[in-house]
Design a protein around this ligand. Sequence first.
Ligand code: GTP
Ligand code: MG
Length: 197
Amino acid sequence: MIINSARFVISNAVVRKCPKDSRHEYAFIGRSNVGKSSLINMLTGNKGLAKTSSTPGKTLLINHFLVNDEWYIVDLPGYGFALRGKSQREALEKMIKGYILNRKEMTNLFVLIDSRHKPMKIDLEFFDWLGENGVPFSIVFTKLDKMGSQAGKRNVEEYCKILLETWEELPPVFLTSSETRRGRDELLDYIEQLNRL
Ligand code: GTP
Ligand code: MG
């Protein structure tokens, strides 16, 4: 898919304030700092679109961006970061889960995993929660440029092998880097395919 335009539409904390024009939308989630906002910028070809930061906890709202005047890409806050304490963490979790469970326009959730890490409890529990709630999702491994290409690939294979110890099959898996733009065509083609459904 060719990206002709991408623009910010709205940020908010509740699902009922999200755009009401029933377009397909694709949301990006994962632990804080995993690279969600950077990936959105890489996909849309606009470095300044979603705010990024080397400090975790940058994105704190549900952010809608309209792409090609046709579909939305949604940047969500990360999970698992302590922030300013338990109450803020709980409020964020409520916002994220409320969005995921109630946003009918969300055609697919992309769950980002840092390709350098071994499976972490918080991600595995999140996958389980998605499965229990029948949420359609894919796994996107990020920051592949940070390791040698063989080491990165091996790590991802190992990660998937561990998932397959308890899962019957894997959802679609993507290997990406926002630095090298690896995985861009694959992700955009997948979104284009889902847009047609
Ligand atoms: P929160 O909004 O805080 O949850 O973070 P996020 O998941 O949106 O992460 P963000 O895109 O802000 O990126 C976090 C840090 O990782 C930034 O310093 C990015 O420059 C860096 N980063 C993100 N993606 C990549 C990547 O593919 N390669 C490299 N080398 N760095 C990356
Ligand atoms: Mg972010």
